[in-house]
Design a protein around this ligand. Structure first.
Ligand SMILES: [Zn+2]
Ligand SMILES: [Zn+2]
Length: 159
């Protein structure tokens, strides 16, 4: 959950974007934006749709898709494709900066870490570029899957 200041700021940014691009400012679009900013961590289109239903917001899937496209376009939502053949995941762009994604290549589980593996000093060393935020993807095998891999190997050895 992000604070009121960020929620108001993103709403103002969205209004500016919709006005500039001559898109309609519907209450549904604002409800979707506000709902997204109440979600911690990642979501996909299905989990967003379901959590909106749970919160008693009735929106059609096409409105949801269409609004997500607008939110991506104006930079209020970030899209991730963590692995080939997995559903795209999304997260809010503000109030959520500087975290890394640890992705298991076996089960596809995604964890977030804010260990800040890159320091402010390292970011400043990037030449001719001002960093706004960063997001790293670290691929590997989670402990559950590496256990499963070992078990499988043992079974093969015994044969
Ligand atoms: Zn795994
Ligand atoms: Zn994330």
């Amino acid at each position: 959950m992000v604070n009121e200041k960020i929620r108001k700021q993103v709403k103002d940014d969205f209004t500016e974007y919709l006005t500039l691009r001559k898109h309609r400012k519907t209450s549904e679009r604002y409800a979707i934006l506000d709902h997204i900013y109440s979600i911690d961590g990642h979501f996909n289109m299905d989990s967003l749709y379901n959590s909106m239903l749970e919160a008693c917001f009735r929106v059609s899937r096409s409105t949801l898709y269409n609004t997500i496209e607008l939110l991506l376009d104006c930079g209020l939502v970030v899209k991730h494709q963590f692995g080939a053949g997995t559903a795209a995941q999304y997260e809010r762009a503000y109030g959520n900066e500087n975290h890394d994604h640890i992705i298991c290549v076996d089960c596809g589980e995604v964890r977030e870490t804010s260990n800040n593996l890159i320091s402010e000093d390292q970011l400043k060393k990037i030449r001719k570029f001002t960093v706004s935020y960063y997001s790293m993807y670290i691929y590997g095998v989670c402990s559950k899957c590496s256990y499963a891999r070992r078990m499988k190997l043992n079974r093969l050895r015994r044969k």
